[in-house]
Design a binder for this molecule. Structure first.
Ligand code: 5AD
Ligand code: SF4
Length: 499
C-alpha cells in the first residue's frame, strides 16, 4: 500500500537512534511519504525514544500528552512510539497515552511501514516487540531482535559526507545502572561482508566518513567462512574502500581495548586517532557496584597503552555522578581521573535510577539531587578547563579538517539547509539567498582527532578536506582560517584563500 502522507519524526538519544530514524524515514519515503518539520501538518508522527535516563522519557510522555487533542481533530493521524522506550514500556505506553497507535521496539524497525498502514486502515493499535532478556533462550531472544540495515536513501542522511554504519546491535555487559541490554537485546555482530558492501555503497553515494556504531563497538566479533573478524580486522577490511577518507568507531568498552585494535588505529591512516572510551567512574568501589568489569588500575593501564601505541590520540569519556552510595571522596576520585587522563571531552550524566536495572533493585538512589547537580557542575568546570588548555596548544598550528558544512551559528542566522539534497554539492546555497555562490559563511568540521573547528569559507567546501590555521579556541572549539597550499616554481607556500 502506498501513502501520499506527511511524516514528522522526532529523535532523541544516541547515534544508534539517529541511524534508526534515518533508515525508517528512508523506508517510508519509498512509500511516498514526504518528510515535514511541521508536526501540525503531519498525518504520521513518530517518536524515536531513549530510556537511558528518566528525563528523556518524561519529555516524550509530555509531548505525547500534548497530541491528545490533535488526534481528536485529525482522526486520520497515526502516532507511533519506536526505539528503547517502546521496547521497555511496551503496552504501558497505551495506558499512559491512549491515543498512541503504534509501539515498535528497537529490534522491529522493519515492521513499522506495514504497521502504520494497518493501523490507519483498521484504526486499531499495533505493537511489534522483541522478547525480554529472560523470556527465552539466548538464541530465541537474540533472534527476536533484528538489525535493521536496508538500502539507504542518500538524501536522508544528516550530512551527505558522513554516514553511520551499524556493525553490531545489543549489549551483554549488563552494567547495573543501564537499561540498554534490556532495550536493545543481546549483543550480535553483523557479518563483515555485509558491512563492507554497505560501506562501498555509501562511498559510491559520496560518503567520505563512516562512523561504525555499536554499544560496545570494540567487542565486535564475527566468524565468516571460518575466519574470525575482530574490530581491527574489520577496519583493515573496509580501509581501502575508494572514496572513504575517514573511519571512526563508537562507543568503546575499556576492557575490550585490545592491542591489535590500537595497532590498527596506528597503522591504518584513514582510521581517526580518536577513541571514546567511557570510564564512568574513578573509584573502584563504585566501578564494582556498576559492574563495569575493570578497576581504575586497568583503565590506567589501557590509557598508557593508548598513549604508547597511538601517540597524539584523543580520548574522550563518559562519567556518571551521584550513583548509589557515591561519597564526596569517591566523587573526588572521578575528578582525579579526569585530571590524570586529560580527556579531550567528557559527557557527564547525573545518575538516573532506571526501573528493572540491578542498581535500582539493590540500592537506593541516595545522593540528593542538589548534590548530583553540584558534582555535575564541578566536573563540567574541570573538564572544560582541561579541554580549553589542551585546545590552546593548537593555537598557531595548522590542522586538516573534514568540512561538514555551515556551523550551527550560520544555520541559525540563515536558516536550515534545504531538505532535499539532490544537489548535495551546494545544499546550503540552494534556495537560500544568504548563501550565494560567493558568500562566505562560518563553516565547521572536525580534525582527525575529532576536535571541532570553525572557520569562514564557501559552503561548497563541504565534504572536502581543508587546511585551517588555528588562532583561537574555546573549551569545545578551535577557531581558525583556511589556508591553501600553492606550488610556485617548486616552492610550496601557504596563502589565505580569497573569495
Ligand atoms: N543514569 C545516568 N547515566 C546513564 N548512562 C547510562 N545509564 C545511565 C543512568 N541510568 C550514561 C553512561 C553511558 C551514557 C550513554 O549514558 O555514562 O555511557
Ligand atoms: Fe549500558 Fe554498560 Fe552496555 Fe554501555 S556497556 S550500553 S553502559 S550496559
Amino acid at each position: 500500500m502506498s501513502h501520499n502522507g506527511k511524516l514528522y519524526i522526532e529523535t532523541v538519544g544516541c547515534q544508534m537512534n539517529m541511524l534508526d530514524s534515518e533508515l525508517v524515514v528512508g523506508a517510508l519515503r519509498q512509500k511516498n511519504y514526504e518528510l515535514t518539520s511541521d508536526i501540525k501538518a503531519a498525518d504520521t508522527i513518530l517518536f524515536n525514544t531513549c530510556s537511558v535516563r528518566e528525563h528523556a522519557e518524561h519529555k516524550i510522555y509530555s509531548q505525547l500528552g500534548r497530541l491528545k487533542f490533535a488526534k481528536r481533530q485529525r482522526p486520520n493521524l497515526v502516532i507511533g512510539v519506536m526505539g528503547c522506550m517502546a521496547q521497555k514500556d511496551q503496552e504501558l505506553i497505551f495506558d499512559r497515552a491512549p491515543h498512541v497507535d503504534l509501539v515498535a521496539g528497537t529490534g522491529q524497525l522493519a515492521e513499522i511501514p506495514r504497521l502504520i498502514d494497518e493501523s490507519r486502515a483498521t484504526r486499531e493499535r499495533r505493537t511489534a516487540l522483541s522478547l525480554g532478556r529472560r523470556d527465552g533462550s539466548r538464541d530465541e531472544v537474540a533472534g527476536s531482535f533484528e538489525s535493521y540495515d536496508p538500502l539507504r536513501d542518500p538524501e536522508m542522511r544528516p550530512s551527505p559526507y558522513q554516514a553511520f554504519v551499524r556493525i553490531m546491535i545489543g549489549c551483554d555487559k549488563f552494567c547495573t545502572y543501564c537499561v540498554v541490554p534490556a532495550t536493545r537485546g543481546p549483543e550480535q555482530s553483523r557479518p563483515p561482508s555485509q558491512i563492507l558492501s554497505e560501506v562501498r555503497t555509501l562511498a559510491g553515494q559520496g560518503v567520505k566518513e563512516v562512523i561504525l556504531l555499536g554499544q560496545t563497538v570494540n567487542s565486535y566479533r564475527h566468524t565468516e567462512n571460518g575466519q574470525l573478524f575482530r574490530l581491527s580486522d574489520l577496519l583493515s577490511l573496509i580501509h581501502d574502500t575508494p572514496g572513504i577518507e575517514r573511519i571512526k568507531f563508537v562507543t568503546n568498552y575499556p576492557k575490550d581495548m585490545t592491542t591489535d585494535l590500537l595497532e590498527a588505529v596506528r597503522d591504518l591512516p584513514k582510521v581517526c586517532r580518536y577513541l571514546h572510551v567511557p570510564a564512568q567512574h574513578g573509584c573502584d568501589e563504585q566501578l564494582k557496584r556498576m559492574k563495569r568489569g575493570y578497576t581504575i588500575a586497568d583503565y590506567r593501564e589501557m590509557m598508557a597503552r593508548i598513549r604508547e601505541i597511538v601517540p597524539g590520540c584523543a580520548v574522550s569519556s563518559d562519567f556518571i555522578v551521584g550513583f548509589c552510595g557515591e561519597t564526596e571522596e569517591a566523587f573526588q576520585k572521578s575528578m582525579d581521573l579526569i585530571r590524570e587522563c586529560r580527556f579531550k571531552n567528557s559527557f557527564i550524566f547525573k545518575y538516573s535510577a532506571r526501573p528493572g536495572t540491578k542498581a535500582d533493585d539493590l540500592w537506593s538512589d541516595d545522593v540528593p539531587e542538589d548534590v548530583k547537580k553540584w558534582r555535575n557542575n564541578e566536573m563540567l568546570a574541570l573538564q572544560n578547563s582541561i579541554s580549553e588548555e589542551d585546545n590552546a596548544d593548537f593555537i598557531g598550528s595548522t590542522v586538516t579538517v573534514l568540512c561538514e558544512g555551515p556551523s550551527k551559528a550560520a544555520l541559525k542566522k540563515y536558516g536550515q539547509p534545504v531538505e532535499n539534497r539532490s544537489d548535495s554539492s551546494n545544499a546550503f546555497t540552494a534556495g537560500n539567498p544568504a548563501g550565494t555562490e560567493t558568500h562566505k559563511l562560518q563553516l565547521m568540521g572536525r580534525t582527525d582527532c575529532d576536535r571541532i573547528v570553525v572557520f569562514d569559507g564557501n559552503p561548497r567546501l563541504s565534504g572536502s578536506l581543508v587546511e585551517v590555521d588555528i588562532h583561537d579556541c574555546t573549551p569545545t572549539t578551535l577557531l581558525g582560517s583556511i589556508v591553501t597550499h600553492a606550488l610556485t616554481h617548486g616552492m610550496e607556500f601557504t596563502l589565505p584563500v580569497v573569495f
